[in-house]
Design a protein around this ligand. Structure first.
Ligand code: NDP
Ligand code: 8G0
Length: 452
């Protein structure tokens, strides 16, 4: 960092010394900003960096609900409304035991620049709860979602803030929350995205993040004279993003060989084909089972339980490319060393901030090509933006139309981050490129709107 960015970072550290994920995201972002502060002195004069790292508003609330035994349970609810510079706040809701303010602030912060990169008019936000849907009945999940929305509804709206799903929040949860919003406000509007197809959802939204990740990866690799064809790919996670990453990798001729959850990983040397993926979708989305059961069905695969004391074996599988699609900081410095030693050439970030700052630096220094999350996984929020657009127009596009728009958006993101890297940083430094390209549009919108 230089003198300007270091000062901004030190202030953030003083204000929130315990928010480690938020400070990590801000730190990585400010490193990229070094390259533009000299070029754009008016940004420093108007304190754009100091302003843009601070959320416009944070809402925290209690969520009481009754479990199936009749016992009262209390969880914590949040909505971080990070930036409305270029559109209404937009971003997912995460229901997971690990959720806290630091994690949601990092996610809302990243969302702002990602949404800017999509070229669609969306600000950034994120929310959620430390409620875990795992092991809960449908009725418990419904009561929780209704209680959560009973507070959240007053803070959101189709032109104010448009939430969606994220970890632990899929079509079921979005549906329950939409139903409650409609009941409380007596209005049927596009206030949430990721809705069911029969009540305003968009085709291709479930597929969008994984498909978009593979589309942009294909474009990046082609730019280097490489391809996906016949390449072995590590994919982590086994939820929404991981599933559709595996699907599109298959369609483009690559060979995904792993999947995981928080209990362990499977390694299928013969490749996770579309037929095997159909089993995984049924297992995870319908039965809500664990990835360990893959081995019961396909005994030639290896199952390795997760031992948190040691480096994650998923990043030590021999492969060409890696697609982390589970959660933040899933690639540590030890994992990064394994990836480099195994000559993995490319990391496409499906999850948000999947690498620790040290891991990312080690891989960059070793020449691994990295597609940062705010570019690589922007397909999800991009199609959410298209869902908002369709809702406003009161029409629905075909899947071909949405898919074509998604492809086009991912190609534009690649070109914009690549051009920004060449102009301000170095060739193929997509981390700097995506941060700078995403930020400049937000900064110009902030400059134009005065001191807000
Ligand atoms: P899902 O809930 O569908 O799946 C999450 C997967 O990651 C599960 O396999 C889960 O395993 C695993 N996981 C979650 N938390 C942890 C943890 N703390 N430790 C280990 N494993 C964990 O979520 P998504 O697929 O939607 O999201 C995955 C990532 O992609 C997140 O970082 C999300 O923010 C990001 N993302 C999602 C988008 C979307 O459209 N859905 C868009 C852009 C980014 P387990 O079941 O054991 O918890
Ligand atoms: O559709 C969305 O707004 C959404 C949902 C889940 C995750 C993300 C993300 O970009 O991280 C966006």
């Amino acid at each position: 960092m230089n003198e300007v960015t270091e000062k901004v970072y030190q202030k953030a550290c003083q204000l929130d010394p315990n928010q480690k994920e938020y400070l990590q995201a801000v730190g990585v972002f400010l490193n990229s900003m070094d390259k533009i502060v000299d070029d754009r002195p008016e940004l420093t004069y108007h304190k754009i960096l100091e302003r843009v790292i601070e959320p416009e508003r944070v809402v925290m609330f209690r969520v009481p609900w009754i479990d199936d035994k009749g016992q009262l349970q209390i969880n914590r609810g949040f909505r971080v409304q990070h930036s409305s510079a270029i559109g209404p706040y937009k971003g997912g809701l995460r229901f997971h035991a690990s959720v806290n303010l630091s994690i949601l602030k990092f996610l809302g912060f990243e969302q702002t620049f990602k949404n800017s990169l999509t070229g669609l008019p969306m600000g950034g936000g994120k929310g959620g709860s430390d409620f875990s849907p795992r092991g809960k009945s449908d009725a418990e999940v419904m009561r929780f979602c209704q209680s959560f929305m009973t507070e959240l509804y007053r803070h959101i709206g189709p032109d104010t803030d448009v939430p969606a799903g994220d970890i632990g929040v899929g079509g079921r949860e979005v549906g329950y929350m939409f139903g409650q919003y409609k009941r409380l406000t007596n209005s049927f509007t596009g206030v949430l995205t990721g809705k069911g197809l029969s009540f305003g959802g968009s085709l291709i939204r479930p597929e969008a993040t994984g498909y978009g990740l593979v589309y942009i990866s294909d474009a990046i690799l082609k730019g280097e004279g490489l391809s996906l064809e016949g390449k072995r790919c590590i994919v982590s996670g086994s939820g929404n993003v991981a599933q559709y990453t595996v699907e599109k990798l298959n369609q483009l001729g690559a060979i995904p060989v792993t999947l995981s959850d928080s209990n362990g990983m499977i390694y299928d040397e013969e490749g996770i084909t579309l037929e095997k993926l159909a089993f995984v979708k049924q297992l995870k989305n319908v039965k809500r089972g664990r990835i360990a059961e893959y081995k019961d069905k396909y005994p030639q695969a290896n199952y390795i339980p997760r031992d948190k004391q040691i480096a994650n074996p998923i990043w030590d599988v021999k492969a060409d490319y890696a697609f982390p699609c589970a959660t933040q900081n899933e690639i540590t410095i030890e994992d990064a060393r394994n990836l480099v030693n195994n000559h993995v050439k490319y990391v496409g970030q499906g999850a948000n901030m999947p690498c620790t700052a040290e891991a990312e630096k080690l891989m960059m220094d070793a020449g691994v090509l990295i597609a940062p999350a705010k570019a690589a996984n922007a397909g999800g929020v991009a199609v959410s933006g298209l869902e908002m657009c369709q809702n406003s127009m009161r029409l629905a596009w075909t899947k071909e139309e949405v898919d074509a728009r998604l492809k086009n958006i991912m190609t534009n993101i690649y070109q914009n981050m690549s051009a920004a890297a060449d102009k301000y940083s170095e060739h193929n430094n997509f981390i700097d490129g995506a941060n700078i390209a995403g930020f400049l549009k937000v900064a110009d919108a902030m400059l134009g709107q005065g001191y807000v």
